[in-house]
Design a protein. Structure first.
Length: 118
């Protein structure tokens, strides 16, 4: 076994032009269908989790001076944060379905081509 030869082939493979296969194209289509929903969901969830945390901090008196007014505002802000976190998953499911409808036919066609080749 010539380890130098194996090492040289690995280095050469890194610099060789890459052919795009159907599997790579299928993965890219799958990413196109799912990525916008995932990015939006994470962003939306983080924002409303921070809003919920702000409301909790106002209620506990960590910020706002611990007055009754800050507690009431904290409850309202916290409920807004809970509502935002609660609607995040249904929005995600709806966005995933739209992505599947948009790219589904191309993904199915390409998957059938890959399955028939082998």
């Amino acid at each position: 076994m010539n380890t130098d030869k194996i090492y040289a082939e690995q280095i050469a493979n890194q610099y060789a032009p890459k052919k795009t296969s159907k599997v790579v194209a299928l993965k890219k289509l799958d990413q196109k269908a799912k990525k916008p929903a995932e990015v939006f969901t994470y962003t939306f969830g983080i924002i409303f989790a921070l809003i919920l945390g702000t409301g909790m901090s106002l209620c506990m008196g960590v910020i706002g001076g611990g007055t009754t007014l800050s507690m009431v505002i904290g409850i309202i802000v916290g409920l807004i944060g809970i509502a935002g976190c609660g609607v995040n998953y249904p929005i995600y499911k709806r966005m995933i379905e739209k992505g599947k409808q948009k790219y589904g036919s191309d993904i199915i066609r390409l998957a059938k081509e890959i399955a028939e080749e082998k």
